[in-house]
Design a protein around this ligand. Structure first.
Ligand SMILES: [Zn+2]
Length: 79
């Protein structure tokens, strides 16, 4: 496999959906190609960052719901 092949299969490789034989070829290429190792690392990190940002948007949702609940509760309070 060459560098182009690695890039073409990159997302499947990271998703773990790669055929065992193709995966072996890809990893064999990574073992001696620094450029592709770097690309794989960078892509993995980017995906990790994207996944990490998921809970943030979730907690924003939770926070807004919490605010809504608080507003309801404070609204029920007699002033
Ligand atoms: Zn390469």
């Amino acid at each position: 496999m060459n560098c182009k092949g690695v890039i073409r299969e990159l997302s499947n490789y990271i998703d773990g959906e790669l055929d065992a034989v193709v995966k072996q070829e890809l990893e064999h290429h990574l073992a001696h190609c620094e450029d592709c190792t770097m690309i794989v690392d960078q892509t993995k990190k980017t995906i990790e960052i994207l996944c990490d940002s998921q809970p943030v948007s979730l907690s924003t949702d939770v926070r807004s719901r919490l605010h809504e609940t608080l507003r309801e509760k404070t609204g029920q309070k007699p002033t």
